[in-house]
Design a binder for this molecule. Sequence first.
Ligand SMILES: [Zn+2]
Length: 109
Amino acid sequence: MEFERVEESNGSVRITACTGTELAVCPQCATPTTRVHDRNQRRLRDVSCGRRPIQVELEVRRFVCGDGSCPVATFAEQVNGLTIKHQRHTVRLRARRPAGGRRAGRRGF
Ligand SMILES: [Zn+2]
């Protein structure tokens, strides 16, 4: 991962980073690919630094699966130890939450 910026504002810390991944492996068929479909900005909540919440703005790539017959046409890369598919918090933050601690009324998926 490449860190681009670390900013502090309004009592919170924002880290801007990108992955620099050249090659990804399809999670469905394990075919490696270098074909980038597009890029997305993901915003993840991370564990707090003292009382300051940390937010990670991460640019991730969506790759095209190299196997034309794979049911997964495109897939977003995941960063080991940081991102969880479809989650808006980091692996570290999830590890700190109590088991089954899903909050009611949470938006997203
Ligand atoms: Zn595939």
